[in-house]
Design a protein around this ligand. Structure first.
Ligand code: ZN
Length: 260
C-alpha cells in the first residue's frame, strides 16, 4: 500500500501550492517563476536591487491603497473625500494625458497628503517600447507634474507589464517601480459590494492593493473596503512610506542606498 502514501503526499503538495498565493501574498504567476525564489533566498523579494517594489514589510500590519488611471474629474474627488473622512492616505498613479487635463486634481491629491506616481504618459504597453521611449514617457509626466506643482515619486507600468528595458528606464529616474499584490477589484458595477470582502481577505502585511480612481463603483465601495481592512487589523501607508520602512530593515535595497 506504499503508493497510497505517495498519493497523500502529492495531495498535500497540491494543497500547499494552492494556498501558497494566500500564504505569501504573491501572485501565482510570480510564485511559478524561478526568479522569485532566487530573490527570496537573497532577501530581495520585497524590493529588488533594481528598485522593483513587490510589497512592503511582511512583519508590519500595514497595507498600501493605490489608485491607477486617474485623475478623473468625477471619481477622483469622491475618492479623495472618502479618504479624508476616513483619515487614510493613499498613492495615486496618474496617466500623463490626464495629468495634462486635470492638474488641479493632482494638486488636490498632493495637498491632502497622498503620494503621486507616474503610470506612463498615454497608458500604452511599455514593454513594446525602447528604453528611450519609456524614459521619455516618464519625462513628459515629470514636465506636467512640475507645471502642476506636484512631485511624482514612483512609477507603475500599465497592465503591470515590465521587463529589463522598462526597469532600466525607470531606474534612470531613481524611482521605485511599484507592482501590486492584491488585484481583483470589480471591473463593472455590482449590486452588492461582496467583492470588497473577497478582496480584503487577500490582503496581508505589506500588501499593495490595486484599485482604480476611474471606477465609480470603487468609490461607492471604498468606505466598506477600508472598514473591512481595518477589521483585519491593517493600517494604511503610502508607497514612499512603505519604501522608507523597508530601507530601515536589515536588507535595504541597493537602489535605495544609491538614492540617499
Ligand atoms: Zn492602468
Amino acid at each position: 500500500m506504499r503508493w497510497a502514501y505517495w498519493v497523500d503526499a502529492l495531495l498535500c503538495l497540491l494543497l500547499v501550492c494552492y494556498f501558497l498565493p494566500e500564504l505569501t501574498g504573491e501572485s501565482r504567476e510570480r510564485l511559478l517563476s524561478a526568479e522569485y525564489w532566487i530573490q527570496r533566498m537573497r532577501g530581495e523579494h520585497l524590493m529588488t536591487r533594481e528598485g522593483v517594489l513587490w510589497r512592503g514589510d511582511p512583519r508590519v500590519p500595514v497595507v498600501a491603497l493605490t489608485f491607477d488611471d486617474g485623475p478623473d474629474p468625477e471619481t477622483t474627488p469622491r475618492i479623495l473625500d472618502i479618504l479624508r473622512q476616513e483619515g487614510v492616505r493613499a498613492t495615486f498613479f496618474v496617466v500623463g494625458t490626464k495629468l495634462k487635463r486635470y492638474p488641479e486634481l493632482a494638486r488636490r491629491i498632493a495637498a491632502e497628503g497622498h503620494a503621486l506616481g507616474c503610470h506612463s504618459y498615454d497608458h500604452q504597453r511599455q514593454t513594446n517600447l525602447t528604453e528611450e521611449q519609456v524614459w521619455r514617457q516618464i519625462r513628459d509626466c515629470q514636465v506636467l507634474a512640475r507645471r502642476a506643482g506636484v512631485q511624482l515619486v514612483a512609477y507603475r507600468p500599465p497592465y503591470l507589464e515590465q521587463n529589463a528595458t522598462v526597469r532600466r528606464a525607470v531606474q534612470r529616474w531613481q524611482m521605485p517601480l511599484v507592482m501590486a499584490t492584491v488585484l481583483g477589484e470589480a471591473e463593472h458595477p455590482t449590486r452588492t459590494h461582496a467583492w470588497v470582502y473577497r478582496y480584503a481577505r487577500r490582503a496581508h502585511n505589506g500588501s499593495i492593493l490595486l484599485l482604480h480612481d476611474t471606477y465609480p463603483h470603487t468609490a461607492d465601495a471604498l468606505p466598506e473596503l477600508i472598514r473591512a481592512l481595518r477589521q483585519r487589523g491593517f493600517e494604511f501607508a503610502t508607497v514612499p512610506e512603505m519604501v522608507r520602512q523597508l530601507s530601515d530593515g536589515p536588507h535595504p535595497p541597493t537602489f535605495l542606498r544609491s538614492h540617499e
